[in-house]
Design a protein around this ligand. Structure first.
Ligand code: F6R
Length: 612
């Protein structure tokens, strides 16, 4: 997804912008560019391809200037070409902009600006219209021009603009797309994400929707939509840059898989009362009466977060006795769900910026529902728009494929389910205690799951799997959503087509695809229905499928029925997904490595999906 960096100060802006853009590469992009203030001119250098290539093509002289803006683009309107890359310039070249988001009324504006002002457009993007519109509104003050231009915009934007007539001055605007200001000494920064700022400053301020900011080397001024200057809080970033780097692993994804024990520990921290062993979720901020009255919960999310929601549904229904519907966010909005004000919506989003999830959140709000956000990113749009926020505290997740964020989302959902069950009296104290003990044991058990021996087992199976173009993931009950997550991860990073199938459904059609040697990953962690899963595995065996079973170490019957086995420590059925998903993540990872795929940045995908 697109990234923005802006700098104004006393150092060479070129290298600052390039380094900042490199820190945002993890977001996924297909072209990059910078615009630098140079003696009353704005010099734009941009091209399809990588930031490293952009760096090579930057003219040495232009690297000396001390203010500029940079961008990495992930194509939406128009293919990834040099012309479609940002920054975009106005007709005269006096205004340049970088933009994240979507301008919904760009066609109307483009027509008007062409007819009224005779402006000629060079790109196919929606963003270019911003540069022309700001020029059209410009009467000697860039802030005033940006304000006037934004009042005509329908859509979302994180925007940074510069005018050749106002050297050293950057003007920023935000609506529905993140933008963060960084405070320096005699220099100031703006970026769409914190990693781009961390090498320079930890003092930041997250812009809110409708706000404008003006940056010069000496000062930062932030205004609300009515033009009043604001005195905003400074957010001190406590995590360091190393946390966002690979830490010795070949890929961010593997590093993040290995971080799961620590991440789960963080999610649990301070949410279990030491004395009583009960779950304590102050952040839910619901009275007992409100919890007792809850008669329906909607969970809204996309992709991996949606898969976490499916497990959350089963846990909440079982432990708290509240009916739960889980919706893919992009469908939720268009199916007219029967929303009532006494219901609760839970939105799950690692990034907290996913456009569809955000739209679901807003729809729930318009119908009067309280919204709880489960997210990993502090200050994200989802976290700021929800009524209540439960952070997963997984630390920055850089690989496009979500791993530790998913596992911590599961743990957060279990905490919610137990808390609601405790409060409603549907969960007996002994059972709640056993589940809490189970949760507290997870970090240690995850460490066991990630042992070298286990990884060797996975690598051996992946030698076989990586030669196939199709695979099945099967499972029953809570293992089924884990199978869905395993299949998504495998196709996402190894490009092997993978399908998840409820194990009992195989015989109703998908079994026709099973042939000699076909990889079938069977999740068999649910004690209550183990026999049923075993019969489904036998059906695959009988057709020659190469079954890799993920099961519990004490389920002895499984081992003699399958080709490869991955044994998990003993865990109750309810919590088993937290352990069971890990071998599926490793399978995806090692299959992708064996196939020489770009693990951390799979083709066509982006980390933060801020378009619908
Ligand atoms: C897959 C993956 C995606 C995200 C989805 C939602 O590995 O990461 O499916 O889960 O794009 O993103 P968030 O959680 O940021 O809303």
């Amino acid at each position: 997804m697109c990234g923005i960096v802006g700098y104004t100060g006393n150092r060479k802006a070129g290298p600052v912008l390039i380094e900042g853009l490199k820190k945002l590469e993890y977001r996924g992009y297909d072209s990059a560019g910078v615009a630098l203030h140079d003696n009353g001119r704005l010099i734009v250098t941009k091209a399809a391809g990588s930031v490293a290539e952009l760096e090579k093509s930057l003219n040495e002289h232009h690297k000396e200037v001390t203010a500029g803006i940079g961008h990495t683009r992930w194509a939406t309107h128009g293919p990834p070409t040099d012309l479609n890359a940002h920054p975009h310039s106005s007709a005269s070249g006096e205004i340049v902009v970088v933009h994240n988001g979507i301008i919904e009324n760009y066609r109307t504006l483009r027509k008007r600006l062409t007819e009224e002002a005779g402006f000629k457009f060079k790109s196919e993007t929606d963003s270019e219209v911003l540069a022309h519109l700001i020029e059209y509104c410009y009467e000697g003050d860039l802030l005033a021009a940006v304000r006037r231009a934004m009042s005509e915009i329908e859509g979302s934007y994180a925007l940074v603009a510069a005018s050749s007539r106002e050297p050293d001055r950057l003007v920023c605007a935000r609506k529905d797309s993140p933008l963060i200001i960084g405070y320096g000494e005699g220099e100031n920064y703006v970026a769409s994400d914190i990693p781009a700022l961390l090498a320079h400053t930890r003092r930041t301020c997250v812009m809110d929707d409708g706000e404008f900011a003006v940056l010069t080397p000496e000062k930062i001024e932030i205004y609300n939509k009515d033009g009043q200057m604001l005195d905003k809080d400074i957010l001190e970033i406590t995590w360091n840059l190393e946390a966002a780097e690979k830490g010795g692993y070949d890929h961010f994804m593997l590093k993040e898989i290995m971080e799961q024990p620590a991440a789960v520990r963080e999610t649990l921290r301070q949410r279990i009362k030491r004395d009583s062993g009960l779950v304590e979720l102050g952040e839910l901020d619901l009275t007992t009466e409100q919890i007792l009255k809850l008669d329906q919960i909607y969970i809204i999310a996309c992709g991996t977060a949606y898969h976490a929601g499916l497990i959350g549904k089963m846990a909440i229904e079982k432990l708290a006795g509240i009916p739960v519907e889980v919706d893919v966010a992009s469908e939720f909005r268009y199916r007219d769900p029967l929303l009532e004000p006494n219901q609760l919506a839970i939105v799950i989003s690692q990034s907290g910026e996913t456009a569809d999830t955000l739209a679901g959140l807003r729809m729930a709000h318009t119908k009067g529902l309280k919204v709880l956000a489960i997210t990993n990113v502090v200050g994200s749009t989802v976290s700021r728009e929800a009524d209540r926020v439960m952070y997963t505290w997984a630390g920055p997740e850089i690989a496009v494929a979500s791993t530790k964020a998913y596992v911590t989302q599961l743990v957060a959902l279990y905490l919610v389910a137990i808390y609601l069950g405790q409060t409603r009296g549907t969960l007996e104290p002994e059972k709640a205690g056993a589940l809490v003990d189970g949760l507290l044991a997870l970090p240690e058990q995850l460490t066991q799951v990630l042992s070298e021996d286990n990884i060797a087992t996975i690598r051996a199976y992946c030698e076989h799997l990586s030669r196939w173009d199709n695979a099945f993931f099967i499972g029953r009950n809570l293992d089924y959503p884990v199978a869905m997550e395993g299949a998504l991860k495998l196709k996402e990073i190894s490009y092997i087509h993978a399908e998840a199938c409820a194990a009992g459904e195989l015989k109703h059609g998908p079994l026709a695809l099973v042939e000699e040697g076909m990889p079938v990953i069977a999740l068999a962690t649910q004690e209550a229905i183990l026999d049923k899963t075993l019969s489904n595995i036998q059906v695959v065996n009988a057709r020659g499928g190469a079954v890799f079973a993920v099961t519990r170490e004490d389920f002895e019957d499984v081992s003699w029925q399958v080709e490869s086995i991955f044994s998990l420590p003993v865990v109750c059925d309810t919590l088993a997904p937290v352990l069971g998903v890990v071998p599926t993540q490793l399978i995806a990872y090692y299959a992708a490595v064996a196939r020489g795929c770009s693990v951390d940045k799979p083709r066509n995908l982006a980390k933060s999906v801020t378009v619908e």
